[in-house]
Ligand binder design. Structure first.
Ligand code: BTN
Length: 323
């Protein structure tokens, strides 16, 4: 029923509970009950006495059929799609699916994650119905070494997708944070398993804050597409399809030419190019000027001892003179 209510509200206009009930053949109280849980979970439901309910235009629930219908015909069978209302982590679920049924290209999406994984052992905030939590499974031949730079390509693909969907100013922070107005909008977590020297499998996990407006649990500056105030696409099914389409193209180019094909585009989106930065790896801190990325995706840092290359992994980057 929630799907049907949100589909009626997707025009962004106010609808009275009574009218919604009439349209769906249920009572006003049943409409309220359905929407109450959503509101309690932080979904941006706007309720005004005498007017009814309103949601941001296009803020509907996830639907694999709608995602697939929005893909061009040749891509409609490329992945097997799996949608969950609640899962611990879409990356973990993707790994369970391939362990159970074998490796094949598939996508896991979820309305909510109870143990969303971030980089460096962090939690990824994953409230119901508001953001994108998706994991793409890709078989990899030729060993994990060929995957160097892939997580940067995924971040770049997301920035380019969001740009095409109407969001201006999305940028990258090495290795794979997506920023908007200097705050974190999205993140990428790649997990590789199988035979790392031959036939491996990569789970490409992507989280994007879409409708989220409040979250007291995140310990860093964050934003969401809605919070940015830009009036662009908020329909998560359409956003997934737009990203999947670009990801398929990017994966094909990456398999052929590696990160070198993306180096210039990546650097053009680098939020901190030329800035004084600190690379933090456990207790080690390397300070220098950010010269961009090399053809493998490693960070080029000009330190007091000369140029150093830093590869991804469990490192993080900070501005040296953050205000
Ligand atoms: C980061 O820390 O920046 C990476 C965040 C990655 C979050 C996504 S949400 C979908 C997928 N499933 C997970 O458990 N994590 C990734």
């Amino acid at each position: 029923m929630l799907h049907a209510i949100l589909a009626l509200l997707a025009d962004g206009q106010f609808h009275s509970g009574e009218k919604l009930g009439e349209q769906l053949g249920v009572s006003r109280a049943a409409i309220w009950k359905s929407l109450q849980r959503l509101e309690q979970q932080g979904f941006p439901l706007h309720r005004v006495r005498g007017k009814g309910y309103r949601i941001p235009p296009g803020a509907v629930l996830l639907d694999c059929d709608l995602v697939q219908a929005a893909l061009p015909a040749p891509l409609q069978q490329r992945w097997q799609w799996h949608l969950y209302q609640q899962v611990d982590s879409t990356n973990a679920q993707a790994q369970r699916l391939i362990a159970e049924s074998g490796v094949r290209p598939l996508v896991v999406i979820a309305e909510q994650q109870t143990a969303g994984r971030g980089r460096r052992g962090r939690q990824w905030s994953s409230p119901f119905g508001q953001n994108l939590y998706m994991s793409f499974v890709e078989p990899v031949s030729g060993g994990a070494q060929g995957l160097e730079g892939l997580s940067l390509v995924v971040g770049l693909t997301l920035v380019q997708t969001l740009d095409a969907c109407g969001y201006q100013g999305c940028q990258l922070k090495w290795p794979n944070d997506i920023l908007l107005n200097g705050a974190k909008l999205a993140g990428v977590l790649l997990e590789i398993s199988g035979d790392l020297t031959a036939d491996a499998v990569v789970v490409i996990g992507v989280g994007v804050n879409v409708l989220m407006e409040q979250d007291g649990t995140i310990d860093q500056g964050w934003t969401s597409l809605r919070r940015s105030g830009q009036k662009a696409l908020l329909d998560r099914n359409q956003l997934i399809a737009a990203f999947a389409q670009r990801l398929a193209q990017a994966l094909a180019l990456f398999a052929r030419d590696g990160f070198a094909a993306f180096q210039a585009q990546w650097q053009a989106c680098d939020a901190w190019l030329g800035a004084e930065v600190q690379v933090i790896s456990g207790a080690n801190i390397l300070v220098g000027s950010n010269l961009g990325v090399d053809t493998t995706g490693a960070l080029r840092l000009l330190t007091a001892e000369g140029e150093r290359q830093v590869s991804g992994g469990e490192v993080s980057l900070r501005l040296s003179h953050a205000s």
